[in-house]
Write a protein that binds this ligand. Structure first.
Ligand code: CA
Length: 404
């Protein structure tokens, strides 16, 4: 399609609306506006037109402005009270200092479409050039109540500082990335993104959700909003909850039940380990004989663990390492005296154990020595001595509840 044909036939252009669905009430909270062009009797996507760097930005602005007018009018006609998500690239926004867009939005505000129901999507990719100008403009838009979403977040982790500076309302995560990245790498990206979102008070929106696995992933990783063919295809109509083929409430309920079951299983394991340690506490013969105590304990945790040791409440290791190679345990006395208090959550956990007198299970983390993913179960032997039992990955792998 010739870009010139497209701009000179605006009457052949129509918006389609892709529903944005909320995890909170499971209903449609808004729509992302996409463009369609009628070509030889068929409605074609305008994605190619908008992403083509050779198409003049002025053309894109004109088509986008046209789509926006139609969309806002549609929303008003149907008395739809949802959000309208619109895509704009940095160059487009910068034309005429972004006044055209603002003017349209303010005109429609007069007609009854409040500016705080507009979400402008800019891509992270746009941050590369002229970030200062772009951020000024977006912060200016925000003063009118207009919301900002960052599209395709996570594609480049180097932008975290800029995202923080913009304090967008929404971070949009492309679920496709789950398919293309190795899952471990993506887990790490997800972890930093959800921390960031929490810090700046942004909601996570997962888009391009195409199957149950991805929806589950989005739900599990704190997605407040979802978008994708699995939930709803873009439509010329403003679809509502009743029109959706998938019953999100049923899906989410299944995730909840499954998650609860796994958590229950994990708590049951932790309880059984606590009982095991309590069962051998009579062997505890004071801090001078820690190694012989662990020697006892290894036989109790032979299946679960590959490494055990004891620290005091200052984080200092007071025992040898007991380390399992192949199938037998050996003692590594040189580790005695190491201090682990610098590790994240170490002192927090120790103090928790001390005050609650209960064992604790860590989150999953990568072991410094083996690089394997592990978890640590720890237990307060006394107010000052804490037993650490590192779980081996092969054991965790066989217990799904330890992998979540
Ligand atoms: Ca988008």
């Amino acid at each position: 399609m010739d870009p010139l044909d497209i701009v000179s036939h605006l009457h052949k252009i129509k918006p389609v609306y892709q529903p944005v669905i909320s995890a909170i009430k499971h209903d449609v909270v808004g729509y992302e506006v996409l463009g369609r062009y009628e070509y030889e009797g068929e409605w074609q996507s305008l994605g190619g037109f908008f992403h083509d760097p050779d198409v003049p930005e002025e053309f894109k602005v004109e088509v986008d402005q046209h789509l926006l007018h139609l969309a806002l009018s549609d929303m008003l006609t149907h008395q739809n009270s949802g959000y309208l998500f619109i895509n704009r690239n940095a160059k487009q926004l910068m034309i005429n200092d972004g006044e055209d867009l603002l003017e349209t939005l303010l005109t429609f505000k007069q007609k009854g479409f409040p500016t705080d129901r507009i979400v402008i999507e800019v891509t992270e990719h746009d941050f590369d050039e002229e970030f200062e100008e772009l951020s000024h403009l977006l912060l200016y838009y925000k003063t009118f109540g207009i919301q900002i979403a960052i599209d395709h977040v996570g594609a480049k982790s180097s932008n975290i500082d800029r995202i923080r500076q913009l304090e967008p309302h929404i971070l949009k995560i492309d679920t496709k990335t789950i398919r293309t990245h190795n899952s471990e790498g993506f887990q790490d990206i997800m972890f930093s993104l959800s921390m960031l979102a929490q810090r700046i008070g942004a909601a996570l929106l997962f888009e391009n959700i195409e199957d149950d696995f991805q929806l589950h992933f989005a739900w599990k990783h704190g997605g407040r909003y979802y978008q994708g063919f699995y939930l709803a295809r873009p439509s010329f109509q403003l679809l509502s909850k009743e029109d959706l083929p998938l019953h999100l409430g049923h899906k989410i309920n299944a995730y909840i039940q499954r998650e609860k079951l796994l958590i229950e299983q994990r708590l049951f394991l932790v309880r059984s380990w606590e009982e095991k340690v309590k069962g051998i506490l009579s062997k505890w013969d004071g801090p001078k004989k820690v190694d012989s105590f662990i020697n006892w304990a290894t036989s109790q945790f032979d299946q679960e663990s590959f490494r055990m040791f004891i620290c005091n409440s200052d984080g200092q290791q007071v025992s040898s390492n007991f380390r399992k190679y192949e199938n037998s345990w050996s003692q590594e006395p040189l580790k005695k005296g190491s201090n682990w208090a610098f590790r994240p959550y170490f002192l927090e956990s120790v103090m928790q154990m001390k005050t609650s007198s209960k064992g604790m299970l860590s989150e999953i983390y990568s072991d410094i020595e083996t690089k394997d993913l592990i978890r640590t179960f720890s237990f307060p032997l006394t107010d000052h001595h804490f037993l650490f039992i590192d779980l081996q990955y092969s054991y965790m792998y066989n217990h799904e509840s330890l992998l979540i």
